[in-house]
Design a protein around this ligand. Structure first.
Ligand code: ADP
Length: 291
């Protein structure tokens, strides 16, 4: 009996330990840089199997994060290169001119300031998104009439819309109060309107509708523009993502990521429905009160 129970005990301990040994080996391989390594799952449905599966899910997640960071780095490098190369080219042209005119120097300075503003804008937006995603963004709550905020935004974007013969329509009640952060709400709306005008051909219509109930407020921005393909929809809220069709328009691919991060930090959400060639509708939902 003693011999038999020793043997059974030894066998059981080895069986249990073999999973732990595999896990340790994989952890060591991952620590040494082999991020593609995974722990084999034996299919015994025991604790070790569950641990192995959790470990593998964690490795997948880390891999995705690293991949995402790599993509962002590549995009930042790419987006920084063009304005810097442009500034360098212009400065070189003026420098190789023996006697550059004051006019040429003024133009050079103007161009450099413009490119620097673009770069600073991009860097600040990336920082704003990171802060909002990390939950460390400052939120200044006040009681606001959303109707006023929408009217101000429409007034601001009217010249841009008129330049393209685009009609801006609003459908909203006289007043709708909510407690939220004014600046963030303005930036969400600004990005949606900017996109709607950019991606709507001449003669189109953009309709902004405000509605809500005692719990929340919805702001809908509907355009008759180029629309977004089914493949692009899941990716447009990613940092730096721009659909191929829209690359002829200026932009950095950060506006919707910022809008998404800000809407989440205000306890809300943002979603889209779109038909390529017909138009897109972005809907922001915010809680009536943040407290
Ligand atoms: P940007 O406008 O700077 O390119 P965004 O993050 O604001 O970046 O938008 C990401 C992408 O989503 C755009 O490049 C475009 O492809 C798509 N998109 C956003 N809004 C619209 C819209 N209203 N109509 C069509 N495509 C849009």
């Amino acid at each position: 009996m003693i011999l038999l129970s020793t043997l059974v005990g030894w066998f059981m301990a080895r069986r249990a330990l073999s999973g732990v040994i595999q896990l340790t080996k994989t952890a060591e391989a991952v620590a040494a840089g082999a991020l593609k390594e995974r722990v084999p799952v034996k299919g015994r449905q025991d604790e070790i199997d569950r641990l192995a599966m959790t470990f593998n899910v964690m490795l997948e997640r880390i891999n995705d994060l690293i991949q995402g960071m790599k993509e962002i780095n590549d995009n930042i490098a790419h987006d920084l290169r063009s304005p810097i190369a442009r500034m360098r080219g212009l400065a070189e042209a003026v420098l190789t001119d023996d006697e550059p005119s004051p006019e040429a120097l003024r133009l050079l300075c103007g161009d450099i300031i413009e490119q620097c503003d673009r770069l600073l804008g991009m860097i600040n937006t990336v920082l704003d998104i990171s802060e909002a995603e990390a939950g460390i963004v400052k939120i200044a709550i006040e009681n606001l009439n959303i109707v006023e905020i929408v009217n101000d935004a429409v007034e601001l974007f009217l010249p841009m819309a008129e330049d393209k013969d685009i009609k801006l329509k609003v459908q909203m009640p006289d007043k709708m109060w909510l407690t939220t952060d004014r600046r963030k709400l303005q930036r969400i709306l600004g990005n949606l309107l900017d996109n709607a005008i950019k991606f709507t051909p001449r003669g189109g219509v953009i309709t902004i509708t405000v509605g809500g109930d005692e719990k929340g407020v919805s702001i809908r921005v509907e355009d008759t523009g180029i629309g977004i393909s089914e493949n692009d929809i899941p990716r447009i809220f990613e940092k730096f993502y721009r659909a191929d069709k829209s690359r002829s328009e200026p932009g950095s691919g950060l506006g919707l990521s910022l809008a998404f991060a800000f809407a989440s930090s205000l306890g809300g959400s943002i979603s889209v429905v779109s038909s390529p060639g017909k138009g897109s509708t972005f809907t922001v939902i915010l809680p009536k009160s943040l407290t």
